[in-house]
Structures are given as structure tokens and as C-alpha cells.
Design a protein around this ligand. Structure first.
Ligand SMILES: [Zn+2]
Length: 277
């Protein structure tokens, strides 16, 4: 079972490895730099070696970057350009650290979608893929409120139009719930997986974000909550963690934490208690 969390890189990348091991996780997501800025993180060879040693010692795998929240790939001016530069540098850093790639919120159409904004989005994603290591994955996270990638059909169209095997998908349970998708039993999850297959998305599925939702089902809001404290039925997590077709994916929490200090051991322990041995 691959169960981990987003952790802070405060104090250096290697600190995140220690943090995830301390709370009992075995896979990890980190920001490469400040999630609310454009600055790219500088890491020297010594720090890379330290990271690789610590990572092997603690056996943390897989590891993903989560891209900055400022990304908007449907923008054709300054923000779009900065988004591209930021992802290009992050996705080129990833393989040096054995990181699989970046999990990305694609951005927003800022008002009505248009064919021009959509083609900007596709062109930008293609350019990023062309300018980054073939080992690095571009992982689209399904969006919450009013952002690009809310429905399976929309994600499927983007994946089809970019047409590159390095494009993968990360589903966030909270964002699915806020957009009218839930699976509280195996039957409902089978239906969801069948829908993924018919949209040719099943092979793109890379990992899951496990978060409860502070907002109601189909609310269009996407605020995360601790597992069992939000509006979602805890059975949804049980179903995902035990279903033969989903249990082997990496699961990563981004919960606020019971002490509000970020993803914690208690959230992971609750999820572990749902796993049938
Ligand atoms: Zn997420």
C-alpha cells in the first residue's frame, strides 16, 4: 500500500522526507518552491546527494511535485509565460531527485471558455512537454470550483488533444465530490472506473489525493477537510483503499490536519484503519 502526504520543504527538501517518515507515510508530495510565488528553488549537488541518500534510507516512493497555485496555462500573456517557465524548470529538476513529475492545476479561463483560450492551453502544455525531460510526468489534477478540468469529459478532451503519454491524471476525492462524483460502494466505483475506461482515461490514472470535503456534495466548492470530519461518507475512502482496481495506486493526503498544521499522522492512521488486511 502506498499511502503518504503532502509535506513542507521548510529547512530543505530532505526535511520533507523525514517528516513523511515521522508520520508513517511511505510516499510523498512536495512543492519545489513557494506555492504562492514564481521563484524556482535552487538546489546544489550536495543537497541532491543528501536527498537521494535519505530517500533510499527511508524508502519513500513515489514522490511528486505539486506545482505552484499561480499556474494558469490558458493565459497567453505574462501569467501564462511565467506558468510555462515555472513548470519547465520544475519538471527538469524532478528526474534529478527521482521525482516522477508535477501534479498541476491547469488554471482558469477567467470568464467564459473560448476556442482561443483552449488552444492556448493545449499549445502551452505541448511546449512544456517538448522542453522537459522525457522522464518527467505532467499530471493533471481534476479541478474544484470554476477551474479547468472539472469533469471527466473535459479532462478527456485535453488529454486527447495534447496526445502525449507523459500526460497523467491525479484525482482529488474532495474535488470529485464537489463536482458531483462519489463512490460509496464498489458498485459506484466500478461505474466511475468504467466511465474512465470509456473516455480512455484509465491508463492515464497516476495517483489519488485523499481529502474529505468541507463543502456539500456537488457544491462547486473544493475546501479540503480531515478524513472523517467533512461531508464525505468515510466509506468512499474505504472503497478506494480496498477495491482491487484502485488499491495499488499511490494515495496522498492534503488535509488541513487535526491541529491545523497540515497533513498529519492522525489522518493517515484513520485511512490505515480502513484497510482490510
Ligand atoms: Zn489535491
Amino acid at each position: 500500500m502506498k499511502l503518504g502526504a503532502h509535506q513542507s520543504i521548510s529547512g530543505g527538501y530532505s526535511e520533507a522526507l523525514k517528516r513523511i517518515a515521522n508520520i508513517g507515510g511511505n510516499c510523498l508530495q512536495i512543492f519545489s518552491s513557494s506555492p504562492r510565488g514564481w521563484s524556482s528553488f535552487q538546489i546544489n549537488n550536495e543537497a541532491i546527494e543528501q536527498w537521494n541518500n535519505k530517500r533510499n534510507e527511508l524508502n519513500i516512493d513515489p514522490i511528486y511535485f505539486h506545482a505552484t497555485y499561480l499556474i494558469n496555462l490558458a493565459d497567453d500573456s505574462r501569467i501564462g509565460h511565467a506558468s510555462k517557465q515555472s513548470l519547465i524548470s520544475e519538471m527538469n529538476l524532478a528526474p534529478k531527485l527521482g521525482i516522477k513529475g508535477s501534479i498541476i492545476h491547469l488554471g482558469s479561463y477567467k470568464g467564459e471558455p473560448s476556442s482561443i483560450k483552449y488552444s492556448t492551453l493545449i499549445t502551452n502544455i505541448k511546449e512544456i512537454l517538448n522542453k522537459t525531460s522525457p522522464k518527467s510526468l505532467f499530471i493533471i489534477e481534476n479541478a474544484g470550483n470554476r477551474k479547468i478540468g472539472q469533469t471527466l469529459e473535459e479532462i478527456s478532451q485535453i488529454v486527447k488533444d495534447v496526445n502525449n503519454p507523459r500526460v497523467k491524471i491525479c484525482f482529488d476525492t474532495c474535488h470529485l465530490f464537489s463536482n458531483g462524483y462519489k463512490f460509496e460502494n464498489n458498485n459506484q466505483l466500478d461505474k466511475f472506473l468504467n466511465q474512465l475506461s470509456s473516455l480512455q482515461l484509465i491508463n492515464q490514472l497516476e495517483c489519488w489525493h485523499l481529502n474529505d470535503s468541507r463543502d456539500e456534495f456537488d457544491s462547486g466548492h473544493d475546501r479540503h477537510d480531515n478524513i472523517g470530519q467533512g461531508k464525505m461518507n468515510i466509506d468512499e475512502f474505504k472503497v478506494l483503499l480496498n477495491h482491487p482496481k484502485t488499491k495499488d495506486y499511490p494515495f496522498i493526503i492534503e488535509t488541513p490536519g487535526f491541529d491545523k498544521k497540515g497533513p498529519d499522522q492522525k489522518n493517515l492512521d484513520i485511512l490505515k484503519s480502513l484497510i482490510k488486511l
